[in-house]
Ligand binder design. Structure first.
Ligand code: UDP
Ligand code: MG
Length: 307
């Protein structure tokens, strides 16, 4: 059994002025009905519409609501970090503001936490209604991510509950570019999965442009793997082997007087410098990748419990 009972709900909000009041009301309704002791942290991610006004109304009308406002649109990841750092509860539940993460699952998250889970991962049963393009790109992304980083994040979502010690561990990571789903998988701890159906969006349309999504994907791969850097080294080695074969052929041609004069030297020089360049670039890349690992300053391990 967990010690505390206070559940903090963290919700990033971006340009949702129309629906946000009612959406949050729905969430709070579910919490009250199930007698879950709660606080709600709303993070306005630099919205350009009347979202902040609505959040102010909410914090006036409901005692449990706290609202934060970022100075500009930093993106969902940053908004999540801000929200998680502000959590006062014994656990926090991250969810979307458009009710695509259905509030009816909150009691189930709560129950699993009370039974001792440190992380409850919301796993999408199906991806809900979305375009074929977005389905294919998402699938490709998760495949790549699995290959590169070794974490299988297929079906992963940001609908997640984290207990106090996981929150603390998460806050102790001081990376500047975060990928919440990945970092939370990396942290480990005692995890339980909870399948959920993605609901349809309540109002408006998705806030992710293809460019924003591509940036998130690139960030995810580069913060979890330096494999792309090692690729250059292997390319250099492959090139060197080919160069040796070609070099031998060129020399044979030269000694059997079949080559045009001067040509041999040019080919050999090209082959040698080519592979030398590539390998040295790759080696520099490997060192950069080590520096990169250090600069990220992730702790090497995290203690989950102490007696
Ligand atoms: N969001 C945000 N900042 C952004 C984009 C989105 O805080 O720059 C929030 C948004 O308000 C919502 C959540 O992230 O609560 C998920 O966004 P959305 O529903 O647009 O994404 P989708 O469900 O289409 O993946
Ligand atoms: Mg959504």
């Amino acid at each position: 059994m967990s010690e505390g009972k206070l559940l903090s709900i963290v919700i990033p909000v971006y340009n949702e002025g129309n629906a946000i009041y009612n959406n949050i009301k729905t969430v709070i309704g579910v919490l009250c009905e199930n007698e879950i002791e709660h606080e709600v942290i709303l993070v306005d991610d630099g919205s350009k519409d009347n979202t902040w006004e609505q959040l102010c109304f909410l914090s006036k009308d409901f005692e449990a609501v706290r609202a934060l406002r970022l100075s500009r649109n930093f993106g969902k990841e940053a908004a999540l970090c801000a929200g998680i750092e502000a959590v006062k509860g014994d656990a926090c539940l991250i969810m979307d503001s458009d009710l695509q993460h259905p509030p009816r699952y909150i009691p189930e998250f709560y129950r699993l936490w009370q039974q001792g889970a440190d992380v409850v991962d919301g796993v999408k049963k199906s991806r809900g209604k979305e375009s074929a393009f977005s389905k294919v790109t998402a699938k490709l992304f998760y495949k790549l991510m699995h290959g590169f980083s070794g974490f299988d994040m297929h079906g992963a979502s940001d609908f997640k509950l984290m207990s106090r010690k996981v929150i603390e561990a998460y806050n102790s990571l001081d990376e500047k570019n975060t990928f919440f789903r990945g970092m939370s998988a990396w942290l480990g701890f005692n995890r339980v999965e909870l399948e959920f159906e993605v609901d349809e969006r309540r109002d408006g349309k998705t806030k992710w442009s293809p460019l924003k999504l591509a940036k998130l994907a690139l960030n995810a791969v580069t913060s979890f793997s330096s494999l792309p850097l090692y690729f250059v080294v292997w390319l250099g080695v492959a090139f060197l082997i080919a160069a040796l074969a070609l070099g031998i052929q060129t020399l044979v041609m030269y000694f059997t007087h079949q080559a045009v004069s001067g040509f041999t030297t040019v080919i050999l020089l090209l082959l040698l410098t080519g592979s030398a360049l590539m390998i040295s670039l790759g080696i520099i890349g490997v060192y950069i990748s080590k520096i990169y690992d250090e600069v990220k300053g992730r702790p090497r391990y995290i203690i989950s419990e102490k007696r």
